[in-house]
Design a protein around this ligand. Structure first.
Ligand code: PGA
Length: 247
């Protein structure tokens, strides 16, 4: 269960959220928990969560190792504070113009550094309405993974753009269908065994009210959650249901 805090929380709020999740998740065992605070709070949040079972990741990174890249954060910097990094979130793609080529470079840099990438893919409403869902997701996956060595632990997130932040999550059936397709593309790229191992999350308006149905689907291994990850109680409610979904 992955919580993407996006550009939310003050420093005090981030610390409070991290502490609350840390202290109140004690009995929740059967699900991995990870939070993605704003980059500028990573240092503090990772300190709060050190030694706990809650993992920490960055929402983004840059692929170059160092240099004159004002405002960017290198993967090696992320690696000092976190274990995971989201690559290719649709907000990066559509609001900040990140193209597949850059996403491929970021993914490569993350893998080389030993960070666990969560590669996000997903179609826009117009892609789906035009019958291009598989073409879009398949293209995003193939271009992102081009020339990237098979890496155990890799995570993919299927996040249809039309479902993110809209309150309209994909139905479990629609999400499962797209994720099964994504898994088949990964199978073509890396082999069937790997495609069974790779964890694929669903993201887009996941809430405590709909997570159980999603997690009950055979191809859905977890969730990448924005809005509902910003409250201690709602994130823990997701975690508990994630635990049951895994059972
Ligand atoms: P949401 O965001 O849960 O607020 O829809 C999901 C995401 O963008 O990862």
């Amino acid at each position: 269960m992955a919580g993407n805090w996006k550009m939310n929380t003050s420093l005090d709020e981030a610390v409070g959220l991290a502490m609350g999740i840390r202290d109140q998740s004690a009995g929740i065992e059967g699900v991995e928990l990870i939070v993605f605070p704003p980059t500028i709070w990573l240092n503090k949040v990772s300190e709060v969560l050190r030694g706990s079972r809650i993992m920490v990741g960055a929402q983004n990174m840059y692929h170059e190792a160092s240099g004159a890249f004002t405002g960017e954060v290198a993967g090696s910097m992320v690696k000092e504070l976190a274990t995971h990094v989201i690559v290719g979130h649709s907000e990066r793609r559509w609001l900040f113009g990140e193209l597949d080529e850059m996403i491929n470079k970021k993914l490569n840099a993350a893998v080389q550094l030993g960070l666990v990438p969560i590669l996000a893919v997903g179609e826009r409403l117009e892609d789906r309405q035009a019958g291009n869902t598989e073409k879009t997701i398949g293209g995003q996956l193939r271009r992102a993974f081009e020339a990237i060595p098979k890496k155990a632990g890799l995570i993919v997130a299927y996040e249809p753009v039309w479902a993110i932040g809209t309150g309209h999550a994909a139905t479990p059936e629609i999400a499962n269908e797209a994720i099964a397709f994504a898994r088949s593309v990964i199978g073509e790229l890396y082999g069937a065994d790997f495609s069974r191992e790779v964890r694929i999350l669903y993201g887009g308006s996941v809430s405590p009210d709909n997570v159980a149905g999603l997690m009950g689907m055979p191809d859905i291994d977890g969730a990448l959650v924005g809005g509902a990850s910003l409250g201690i109680d709602s994130f823990l409610a997701l975690a508990r249901q994630g635990e049951e979904g895994n059972a």
